[in-house]
Design a protein around this ligand. Sequence first.
Ligand code: GLU
Length: 447
Amino acid sequence: MDRAAALTEVFMNDLSQSDAEMPNFQQAVREVAQDVLTVEKNDPAWAAAKVLRRLAEPDRVISFGVTWMDDAGEVHVNRGWRVQASNAIGPYKGGLRFHPGVTLDDLRFLAFEQCFKNALTGLPLGGAKGGSDFDPNGRSDTEIMRFCQAFMAKLAPHIGPDLDVPAGDINVGPREIGYLFGAWSDRAGIYGGALTGKGLSYGGSEMRVEATGFGLIYFVQAMLARQGRDIEGHRVAVSGKGNVASHAARKALQAGAKVITLSDTSGTLYAPDGLTAEEITWVEDRKAAGDDLSNPPARFAASFREGEQPWIQEADIALPCATQNEIGEKAAQAIVDGGYAMLAEGANMPVTADALRVLRKGGVQYAPGKAANAGGVAVSGLEMSQMSHRRFMSAEEVDDALKTLMSDIHDRVAAEGQGDGTIDYARGANIAGYRRLARAITAQGVL
Ligand code: GLU
């Protein structure tokens, strides 16, 4: 066993016993520990401060019941959480996810990852994540509003513009953020930036909706530019049909790539010569209507492949933009066999640990979500400063700032991940994020 592996084993055994039941959290921590514990051990101050151990223990986990009434008058009870992981470099910051499958394990891993992602942006943003096991599918607008209000009734005392600033994540978009912001502002009695992803009419930023997907493509372009290549003409397979997937597809198309797939749990929409803008809009409309991707209009060249993942199609670049652990070993092998040169994560931790080993062995260059999908939270950071200034940027200004942010993140990560002729982006992201957090945590004393 090498030194990093030995340190990791000791470290994982030292985590709180109750975290043993959290496989996603364990996976995320282990992956970071393998890269950063040797760095920590080489710095006496960081080692003494036990920086990574402290990051693996959230500052607090808030758990609450959410009771709300549906349109028929029936009462429902859901569970809500907010995991405030670290505010060492800025107010707690991270999205809210509404999904029946959401567990505390998911939110613990996401909050942990968010600390590193937010550190990589270079902006003053701490790490947090939250959400609920509420299923928004099939719910009316008024039911969504009542749920958001009931959720915020419990969350409001714990958030604020300088305290904790939630945003959207899976199933939490502009509509939900509007209801959540209204409910927070009403309770707090002040108008301030306690949430991001807000509408333009009440303090939101241009380009926040597009930011994660566009930022992903800017990151891929930076990776390719380093190899003297361009995205134009490349075949890109995208999974997912949500906000990140559709905007990544749009930006890739704009940049001259062929986007051959979008997908959901029912199957894949496959266009061998690349999806058109109209086909991407159709996917967005289906998602908004709560429908799957089966039965595309006959005039489309794209066809629906029931039950298939995008990766069985040959392409150059894989962009998983759906959810965690969507790519297991079999899908990873398909990516290797399909001749893909690169995979960049639009979703958070879509690749399992075993699948990652397959990709590495197969020579697929891998960009982790904490770097590649940081554009969303980065523009959230810009939204916070615009709200404080009471002065808003144009879409062009935000887009330019996003391009700079993503290329800076790329360069920070590449500098740390530089190896023998290749760049290990996962290692680079873990170490670059860790260093920024370590400096701040050590400087602020033992708390
Ligand atoms: N949920 C997004 C993420 O995973 C955005 C978080 C935010 O804007 O605060 O980074």
